[in-house]
Design a protein around this ligand. Structure first.
Ligand code: FES
Ligand code: FE
Length: 436
């Protein structure tokens, strides 16, 4: 099915605050997303702490395309399509490891960790020794760039640099991941799981949805996992919004620096460290800017997401897997400078709350799955979803954070301003108006 630009503009109306459910269920729209968004956007590949040594590798996806990300023997990080040039078999089946070569499980063509074809069984007997191995290496992703240790890849050789893609959102990215002098590391390996919902449903949640927290996660609050129950204190919190390709995070403290949302009011082994980081941010930027620590939910368009709260920090990607499914790849993130026992406590809190069997992840996963299930029917898909929360109440970043230098704009914490803006962005990609 080919998608007319006018059809899409009719389906998604951010100014009005409506989104047709077709965008979650229609195969043609989904295929268009793979083409228009996932071959032209900077997509998260991994963190340099996962690829510290030559030969270290991990496997992931860029859109639906499987890729190997490897630090070659020359020290350079490359991303390569994980598909054998012989007859297409997935060359590497492991999540991560260290190797000097990848051998295809089917007929044993062998590639170096820099992607060259180095070994072909029956090279003389079968191919007469004339197959040009230089022509048949793994397909390399043309652009791989790093920001603060975060590696992104892009299938579009003409894409703007990653730093330009992140734009002024880099300030908030730094407040989430670069506020400690030694930087961050990924610990505990990757969690991977599939959810029967369109990839945009969790993306909307991470972009960021504070509206669901008090209700969907009420049980977690009742047992003290999230801090006090109810909405008390929420009203004074402000939601940072959209900035180029970045969405979220909310300001999580009031003007005096006191945390205001439930996720930010838990005393944890990490609290003292966070308080010191707030003080450092206050000194470097301003007292007001320290309100963004920790940063809450966030999203970098299209499918990179993070959560930064008093309990933990995590990074995840919502990989598209057909209109009705996505696969999550998720990691626990800690500051390198933390003592080993605090890193371990954070990893356990991460597992307990937002790991695949974590209490809060169960709440959210059920929401995502059931949204999809009720929208895919013949009648259900004809309807529109409502993104009108806080419509007409947007404010500038300076007003939200209280610092005149805070870039961006957004709504209050009770707002779907970020989601409306996210769909505006989605629409510009889908209709070809966006500059690469
Ligand atoms: Fe890989 Fe044949 S498909 S060697
Ligand atoms: Fe949630």
């Amino acid at each position: 099915m080919s998608i007319a630009t006018t059809d899409l503009a009719g389906l998604v109306q951010p100014a009005k605050g409506t989104v047709s459910r077709q965008v979650y269920v229609d195969q043609g729209i989904y295929d268009h997303e793979l083409e228009r968004i996932f071959t032209r956007s900077w997509l998260f590949l991994g963190h340099t702490s996962q690829l510290a040594q030559p030969g270290d590798f991990l496997t992931t996806y860029l859109g639906e395309d499987p890729v190997i990300v490897a630090r070659g023997k020359d020290g350079q990080v490359r991303a390569m399509l994980n598909s054998c040039r012989h007859r297409g078999m997935r060359v590497c089946r492991s999540d991560e490891g260290n190797t000097s070569f990848f051998r295809c499980p089917y007929h044993a063509w062998t590639y170096s960790n820099t992607g060259e074809l180095t070994g072909v069984p029956k090279f003389r007997l079968g191919y007469g020794g004339v197959l040009d191995k230089k022509e048949w290496g793994l397909l390399e992703v043309p652009r791989v760039e790093e920001y603060g240790g975060f590696l992104f890849g892009n299938w579009d050789a003409g894409a703007v640099p990653l730093t330009e893609w992140l734009g002024d959102f880099r300030l908030y990215f730094d407040l989430v991941f670069g506020r400690d002098p030694e930087g961050v590391e990924f610990v505990g390996g990757v969690h991977k799981w599939s959810v029967s919902s369109n990839w945009k449903i969790p993306t909307e949640n991470f972009a960021c949805d504070m509206y669901h927290v008090a209700h969907s996660h009420a049980r977690s609050m009742e047992i003290g996992l999230l801090g006090p129950s109810g909405d008390d204190g929420y009203e004074i919190a402000a939601g940072m919004g959209f900035l180029g390709n970045g969405f979220g995070p909310p300001a999580s403290a009031d003007a005096e620096g006191a945390p205001v949302h439930p996720m930010a009011t838990m005393a944890t082994p990490y609290s003292e460290h966070l308080a010191a980081q707030r003080a450092r941010v206050a000194e470097r930027y301003s007292q007001e800017m320290s309100r963004v620590v920790p940063g809450g939910h966030g999203n970098v368009f299209p499918n990179f997401a993070f959560l930064d709260i008093e309990l933990l920090r995590l990074v995840r990607v919502h990989h598209p897997e057909g209109p009705g499914s996505h696969t999550v790849h998720q990691w626990c993130v800690v500051d390198k400078s933390l003592p080993a026992e605090v890193k371990d406590a954070l990893r356990r809190q991460y597992t307990l709350t937002f790991g695949p069997s974590g209490m809060l992840e169960q709440d959210d996963g059920e929401n995502f799955r059931e949204c999809q299930a009720s929208m895919r029917g013949v009648i259900g898909r004809r309807m529109e979803n409502n993104l009108m929360l806080g419509l007409g109440q947007d404010r500038t970043g300076a007003e939200i954070v209280g610092d005149g230098d805070a870039p961006g704009a957004g709504g209050g914490i009770w707002s779907e301003a970020n989601q409306r803006r996210w769909y505006e962005h989605w629409l510009s990609f889908m209709t070809g108006q966006v500059r690469r």
